[in-house]
Every structure is written in C-alpha cells, then in structure tokens.
Design a protein around this ligand. Structure first.
Ligand code: AKG
Ligand code: FE2
Length: 342
C-alpha cells in the first residue's frame, strides 16, 4: 500500500464513555489513531438536537440571502476585533482570494482598552456583529451551536489527553475562565470570484486546538494527511461533524498529533455550499507547554512542520492574532498598519 490513508475515520462520540463515566478504551484507541495518523476524522452521536443542524443551516442561508446592504451593516471592516461579515472574495489564504463570504463570531466581550505592548492579542476581544434587527434567530442559533461545540470540543480534548496517556483533565486549565473560541458561518460559491478560481479556501492548517466543522452535502473539503501524496476528500455525512486538530496540539505533542493541511475546492458555478467551522480554543493568554509523552509515543512523533513562512507559536493569542491579521489584510491595514508591515 502507498502512504495514502484511504479514508477519513468515522467515530461515534456516544460510545466515548462507559456506564461508570470513564472513557471507553476502544473509543480512545480509535481517537488516538485518528489524531495521530490522519489528523482528521468525523464524529456522529455528539448530542445535537433533532432539528438543530437543519435549523442552523436554514438561518445561515437566509442570512446570506439578505440584500448585500443588510449584510454590509455587519462589515468586519468596522470591527477592530475581526468580527462580523467578510465580503465574498476578500478573505485571503496563501495570498490568494477565497471564493467565500462569512460571518465570524467569538464570545461576546467588552473591548480591552489597555493591554501590554507584548500582548497585542487582547485586541481580539470585543462585541460581535449580528443582524438582530432583521434576523434575530441567527444570533440565537449560532450561539446555541457554539455552546454545544464547546462541550464537544472539551470532551474530545479530554479523550485526546487520555489517548496520550495523560489525565483526563490535562488540557482543562488553559480553557478555564474565558476560552476564546471562534465560530464562522460560511457561504461558498463557484464562478463568482474570478481571482479565486477553484480556491474555495486555500491550503492551510488550523491554528488552534480542535476544529469542529459542520458541512452541508455539497462536498469540496480535501485533506493531505502526513505522508500522503494525494488529496483525500472528506465525504459529507449528513449531520456529522468533521474534526481536525490544530497547530497548538501539534506543537504541544511535538508532532505526535498533526495539524493536517486542508483546502476547499470551490463548488461548480451556480452551486452554493454552506459550512460552519468552530474553533475550540483556550484563553488568549494561554501558553501551551510540551506535554509529557511516553517513550513509545515520543518515538512516533514526527516533530513540527517546518514552514518558515508560518512559525508555530506556543502562545495561543499570538498564534490566533497572526492568523487573523493575515486572513484579513484590509482590517489589519485600517486598524493596525504597524502590524501589517511585520
Ligand atoms: O468549509 C470548510 O469545509 C472548511 C473551512 C476551513 O478549513 C476553515 O475555515 O478553516
Ligand atoms: Fe481550516
């Protein structure tokens, strides 16, 4: 067999725990294998309400169907905190436009007015922008989704810890208090953004810990697991969550867990695709130390992906800020021109 991974594993989160509340060793083995070998998997049985997924997608479609003028009332260029609506084709990955528009949100917060110069990531705190006046259900459904995803993210991270031979609560501390998760409501189109070509979103790894992605049935997400030579499609499974692991976990495990690179192919002209990535993330001031791995696991660690254009940072806030500044150069230029130069 070649190094290609064949398929993306599918796990059932409702089997994660035994009746006594402890983790099920069978599930933990599947989870560790998926996290190490592929860095991507899908989960079912994660506790969504019966109509929750359908109602969330319905609200998202109605939002992107609003007149552009309404969407632009939430323009992210009016947010120094990188929140709100990003117009079609204006987000960039690998220096090229992505064929998508999106609404980004994080925990509601007051802007931090005074922060130390060496902790610029506090600027990411602030208020979200919602279309409450014309579509109040969007905020409700998106925030309810974030609540559910926070629980799922926490449970998976506990399981990953156990899979690494660590205590169940090993990763809890950096997430206590004010975890800075981020949700995105995303709409891809084909044939509209000329510069994007077939780039729905360009090749990248996620910068956080655990990404939980809801995708519709259109498809287009592709991943390149470690050692693979061909891109592997993540086939849509209705209602399932796609899970992938981010750079902070790769750094913490010296590459035992991989932040697998992925991309989205733009849909064919005239086809819409909707997705909801959720990045389960720690406090902005969290600094992640290397985790103590057993000699057996250490022997299988791959080391860190060495990309001089994308240094990995142990500070979550610094890593997230780096990602936001790059993805939204227009916002960066408007509010933080001195950081653009860097
Ligand atoms: O929409 C998708 O399927 C994936 C999006 C993604 O990778 C991201 O936003 O980080
Ligand atoms: Fe991603």
């Amino acid at each position: 067999m070649s190094n290609n991974q064949g398929t993306i594993p599918v796990l059932d989160l409702s089997t994660a725990r035994l009746e006594d509340g402890s983790f099920n060793p069978v599930f933990i083995d599947q989870l560790r294998d998926a996290a190490h070998r592929v860095g991507f998997f899908q989960i079912t049985g994660y506790g969504a309400g019966e109509h929750q997924v359908a109602e969330l997608f319905d609200a998202i479609k109605r939002f992107f169907d609003l007149p552009l003028e309404e969407r632009l009332k939430l323009d992210n260029r009016n947010s120094p905190h990188f929140r709100g609506y990003t117009r079609m084709g204006t987000e960039r990955t690998q220096g090229r436009a992505d064929a998508r528009e999106q609404l980004d949100y994080s925990p509601e917060g007051e802007p931090v007015v005074d922060y130390p110069a060496d902790q610029p990531y506090w600027l990411l705190k602030g208020p979200n922008q919602w279309p409450d006046a014309v579509q109040p259900d969007l905020r409700e459904r998106a925030m309810a989704w974030a609540d559910l995803m926070s629980k799922v993210g926490q449970e998976l991270l506990s399981g990953i810890g156990v899979g690494l031979g660590l205590p169940e609560d090993y990763f809890d501390e950096p997430f206590q208090g004010d975890p800075h998760w981020m949700g995105k409501l995303v709409h891809y189109v084909g044939g509209v953004v000329e510069e994007a070509g077939d780039q729905g979103v360009g090749i990248h790894a996620d910068y956080g810990f655990v990404t939980l992605l809801l995708q519709d049935q259109v498809g287009g997400l592709e991943v390149l697991p470690p050692g693979a030579t061909e891109w592997l499609p993540v086939e849509p499974i209705e209602g399932a969550l796609v899970v992938n692991l981010g750079e902070m976990l790769e750094v913490a495990t010296e590459g035992y867990v991989t932040a697998t690179v992925h991309r989205v192919q733009a849909p064919p002209p005239g086809v819409d695709r909707y997705s909801v990535p959720f990045f389960w993330s720690p406090r902005l001031d969290a600094v992640i130390d290397p985790v103590p791995l057993s000699p057996e696991l250490r022997a299988e660690s791959r080391g860190l992906t060495d990309d001089p254009n994308n240094p990995m940072l142990a500070s979550f806030g610094a890593n997230m800020l780096k990602g936001r500044l790059r993805a939204h150069p227009d916002v960066t230029e408007k509010y933080y021109p001195e950081m653009l130069a860097k």
